[in-house]
Design a protein around this ligand. Structure first.
Ligand code: NAD
Ligand code: UDP
Length: 319
């Protein structure tokens, strides 16, 4: 296949490019570098199976030649307002990438009769009142909270994807991605993994927002990419959760990173940074992924974090 991947210079997009090329496909990567990093694609320069188009997906998209699949991953993804690379600081771009970007990428898929895969998110569920979250849960999202620019854009993107499927018969897929981490995350996008690992390698205290009792369930990138690849190759049109169900509090997560890095500096609580709609519990129910895709994660937290810490050490920022 010849596959268009938007958000190709980002964390997940760049890993997807590698996986698709390794499977024998040709990849057209697209990105405007708003949160991504050209370094994530540097190793593909000169690869005859890879082309790159610098473009903002919220503008009309033209891709010369035939496209067999479109994977729409372009969007800011960090909720941390302390980082300039976060969606609260890129609110209009985030809504445009999720709304206009999804419309434009669906248009490319329709014009080519190509299959389409949308990168959706566990944020669809907002601050969930049901636990764990299965795809049948409609969510509990604040339409005007500070996360709303992201959550509502993704909810709109899912609705538009289903409209193209139902009305135009487009061959679509929707993956709801839960917190994923690994090499190529941007060091300064403010998400918890780069924040904590950077702080730990600099022997600084880890910044816990709130009391740290809020939970997340962290999936290593290699596991996630395997699940997404299986979904792309499947015939499933309804949303599928992909994530690691191993739930952990942010407090325990911070302690684990301090342990793995021998960081003596401990923890620092930032009560004032508790943002109103920080989801309190998040854990994917992956029953559908297991039965439809025969997929489940295989890399445990300690192994994934070791690999991630090694990557960040190589980024030469640890003073
Ligand atoms: P990322 O910030 O590393 O990558 C996003 C990429 O999209 C960046 O390279 C950025 O420059 C590009 N981009 C953003 N707006 C664009 C635009 N208008 N035109 C062209 N390119 C644009 O983030 P990520 O973690 O790799 O996330 C990728 C996708 O996966 C996003 O859609 C995100 O919502 C989704 N997702 C990620 C996670 C996670 O845990 N990593 C969880 C849920 C959903
Ligand atoms: N968090 C934290 N300290 C940090 C960064 C994040 O305690 O330095 C918390 C944040 O409040 C949230 C969790 O870690 O409860 C995960 O945050 P992240 O930004 O990675 O993404 P989210 O899952 O909230 O979208």
């Amino acid at each position: 296949m010849r596959v268009l991947i938007t958000g190709a210079a980002g964390f997940l997009g760049s890993h997807l490019c590698d996986r698709l090329i390794a499977e024998g496909h040709d990849v057209v990567g697209m990105d405007n570098f708003v949160t991504g990093n050209p370094e994530n694609l540097a190793h593909l320069a000169g690869n005859q199976h890879f082309e790159f188009i610098r473009h903002d997906v919220s503008e009309y998209i033209f891709v010369p030649g035939k496209v067999d699949a479109v994977m729409h991953f372009a969007s800011p993804a960090s909720p941390n307002p302390e980082s300039p690379y976060s969606y609260p600081n890129l609110p209009i771009q985030t809504m445009k990438a999720g709304a206009l970007g999804t419309h434009n990428t669906l248009g490319v898929a329709k014009a080519n009769q190509a299959r389409f895969l949308l990168a959706s998110t566990s944020e669809i569920y907002g601050d969930p009142t049901v636990h764990p979250q299965s795809e049948s849960y409609w969510g509990h999202a604040d339409p005007v909270g500070f996360r709303s620019v992201y959550d509502e854009a993704k909810r709109f993107a899912e609705a538009l994807t289903m409209a193209y499927h139902r009305f135009h018969g487009l061959d679509t897929r929707i993956v709801r991605i839960f917190n994923t981490y690994g090499p190529r995350m941007r060091l300064d996008d403010g998400r918890v993994v780069p924040n904590f690992v950077k702080q730990a390698l600099q022997k600084q205290p880890l910044t816990i927002y709130g009391d740290g009792l809020q939970t997340r369930s962290f999936c290593y990138v290699e596991d996630l990419i395997e699940g997404i690849y299986r979904l792309l190759m499947s015939d499933e049109h309804m949303p599928v959760n992909i994530g690691n169900p191993a739930e952990i509090s942010i407090l325990e997560f911070a302690k684990e990173i301090n342990r793995l890095t021998d960081n003596p500096a401990g923890l620092e609580f930032h009560k004032d940074q508790r943002l109103g709609d920080d989801p309190q519990r998040r854990q994917p129910d992956i029953t559908r992924a297991k039965s439809i895709l025969k997929w489940q994660p295989s890399i445990d937290l300690a192994t994934g974090l070791e690999r991630t810490i090694q990557y960040f050490k190589g980024q030469n920022f640890a003073k």
